[in-house]
Every structure is written in structure tokens, then in C-alpha cells.
Design a protein around this ligand. Structure first.
Ligand SMILES: Cc1ncc(COP(=O)(O)O)c(C=O)c1O
Length: 325
């Protein structure tokens, strides 16, 4: 299939069709706008110029998680994971993406009505998708200085962190904003019980005595796709032991290494927390190795992990035509 595109006029997918991005708008009465009742994913696609292709990382796993978020919110994605995957490839081609790109799929409650209840008869859930060029989310070269936030992570019985619910990102925004206003690069949030959950929008790993430690999936975290990738790489490529368990705040202060990870963040070393150096205050060797492996994996350089990448071949030359075709 040859997709014709005008790179100066990107498109979004909304209400079952591709439309110019600046016309992909919603009615102010939309339930998702009124109540935050939408679920989303962040997917990254990498440009590999030698292959003239974009490589989309673990798209099917993201779409499976999107469907799980929908289940928690009494929503149903109007498309299957496979159909959403196909649209992902199509929008990359239509928008002529030739640089690292972040994709934002959303399933949102499209009803125009007052009242927060989710499962009214004949409720309408719509799927939308757009792309944003994104090479770097956090500047992670020299290591981050993070704080423990005074904001607590939402509990599973409040707004479940396991679901990627739009409205829940007010919690993320408060933690991230306060950290930034206080001069930190990011924040670590604790759960209501005082144990470590995760970063503002990323999962967290520590190294202690050569072991990799990460908060368990029952610690009010998003079950991150990068997290599971890191666990696999650490086990298979570095032969490390991984402990997924409850993590105390003070374990942060005595860790040998620490890093945050996520689709946009990738692997971000943390070298200071609450004004205390982690280890000797520089990026640790396990963190550096995992960061390199992750980079190689998402750029299609590790043959054993190619099943996690979907290839979108880009035409050698694109013709500028209408986005409506
Ligand atoms: C709260 C939160 N935790 C963790 C992550 C990392 O998840 P993933 O690796 O699937 O991107 C994200 C990513 O968006 C997030 O928002």
C-alpha cells in the first residue's frame, strides 16, 4: 500500500478516519473532557536511516495494555489490537515520519452528556491517534537529580495506576511540576503506605549488591512495557537476579545505582536523590549496560529481540499529495 502524504500537514485518526491534525477536535461536552474518562498509551517508533524504516517498539503489547485499561474503565476499544497496530503503521507513513516519533493512541468516552457514570446503554467510545516527533524526553546524559515527592501515588482502589487513565495524570502533573519548581529533574512518588511506587511517569529500578530491584506490580505502578523489557534484558543478557518487591524509601538513599525507565524516557540514570549521591554519584555500570542494550534493541541491532519491533518501510521518495486520499 502506498500512502500519499503531505509532511507539512500531519494527520490524526479520529472518529474512524484520518483528518488533518489541526481539524482533529472534540466537542466541549465530550465525557472524556468533562471527567478525564479516557485511557491512553505512549508508543515510540525509531527511525533507522540505513534501513529506510521506522521501527515501532512493542506496539501489540501497548495495544493489549490499552484494552486492559478499557476493561477497568467499562470501555471498549472500537478496534482490535491488530487493527490499531495497522493504523499505527499507516499514520507513520501518512505523516512521513523520518525521525524518532512518539505515538499517542487514546480510547475516550465520546458521549456528549453530563454525569460521570461509565456504562450507560449505547455509550460511545472512540479511538484516536496522533504522532509527535520526539528524540529526547529528558536529558539523561549526565544523570538525573530527583526528589521524593510530597504527592502520593493514587491507590489501586482510587484510580488504578495499572490503567493508563488520562484523568490520573493530574497526579503525575502535580508531582512533576513541584519537582521541577524545586529544581529537580523528576520526582519519585510513594504510595499511601509510604513505599516506593515509581517516577512521575516512569518505572524505577535500583541496584543493590549486584541485584536489580524494582517495585512489584502490586505497588501501585503502571506495569511498564519498558520495565518488562529491562527485566528481560537484565536476565538474559547480563545474567542478573531481579527482585520485584516492596521497596522502602531509604533503600533509595543507600542504592549503588538507580535508573528510571519508560517509553519516552527510555533508560534514565539517576545519580542523586534528595541531595544524596547514588553510589559514587556517577552513572553506574549496570545502568550504562542496560541503557546501551535498550538503545541497540529499539534500533533493531539485537537479532534476538526483533519480534518486539514492527517495521514500517518508508518510501525512498514521498510525493506531496492530499492527506484525504
Ligand atoms: C505512570 C507511569 N509509569 C510508568 C511508565 C512507563 O511505562 P512504559 O514503559 O510502558 O512506557 C509510564 C509511561 O508512560 C507512566 O506514565
Amino acid at each position: 500500500m502506498t500512502i500519499q502524504s503531505d509532511p507539512t500537514r500531519p494527520v490524526a485518526y479520529l472518529r474512524g478516519e484520518f483528518v488533518p491534525l489541526d481539524r482533529a477536535t472534540l466537542d466541549v461536552r465530550t465525557h472524556a473532557f468533562l471527567y478525564g474518562t479516557a485511557v491512553f498509551e505512549g508508543i515510540k517508533a525509531y527511525w533507522v536511516p540505513e534501513r529506510h524504516s521506522m521501527f515501532v517498539f512493542r506496539a501489540q503489547d501497548h495495544y493489549r495494555r490499552l484494552q486492559q485499561s478499557c476493561r477497568i474503565l467499562h470501555m471498549s476499544a472500537p478496534l482490535s489490537a491488530q487493527q490499531m497496530g495497522e493504523l499505527t503503521a499507516e499514520i507513520i507513513q501518512r505523516n512521513n515520519c523520518r525521525e524518532d516519533t512518539y505515538l499517542r493512541p487514546i480510547v475516550y468516552k465520546a458521549d456528549l452528556r453530563i454525569g460521570p457514570i461509565l456504562n450507560v446503554p449505547e455509550t460511545r467510545d472512540d479511538f484516536c491517534l496522533f504522532t509527535v516527533p520526539m528524540s529526547i524526553y529528558l536529558d539523561t546524559e549526565k544523570g538525573l537529580h530527583v526528589c521524593v515527592s510530597s504527592w502520593r501515588r493514587l491507590d489501586d482502589n482510587m484510580i488504578p495506576a495499572r490503567a493508563k487513565v488520562n484523568g490520573a495524570y493530574v497526579n503525575t502533573a502535580l508531582a512533576k511540576t513541584d519537582a521541577s519548581l524545586s529544581g529537580f529533574d523528576d520526582a519519585i512518588v510513594l504510595g499511601e503506605d509510604g513505599h516506593v511506587a515509581e517516577g512521575s511517569a516512569m518505572n524505577l529500578f535500583l541496584v543493590r549488591d549486584g541485584k536489580l530491584i524494582t517495585p512489584a506490580v502490586t505497588s501501585n505502578i503502571l506495569e511498564g512495557i519498558t520495565r518488562s523489557t529491562i527485566i528481560e534484558l537484565a536476565r538474559r543478557e547480563l545474567g542478573l537476579t531481579i527482585e520485584a518487591r516492596t521497596v522502602d524509601r531509604t533503600e533509595l538513599y543507600i542504592a549503588d545505582e538507580m535508573f528510571l525507565c519508560g517509553t519516552a524516557t527510555e533508560v534514565a540514570p539517576v545519580t542523586r536523590v534528595d541531595h544524596r549521591p547514588i553510589g559514587n554519584g556517577s552513572v553506574g555500570s549496570i545502568t550504562r549496560d542496560l541503557r546501551t542494550l535498550y538503545y541497540q534493541l529499539v534500533h533493531a541491532q539485537l537479532p534476538d529481540y526483533l519480534h518486539w519491533l514492527s517495521v514500517v518501510e518508508m518510501p525512498v521518495q514521498s510525493t506531496v499529495l492530499s492527506s484525504q486520499d
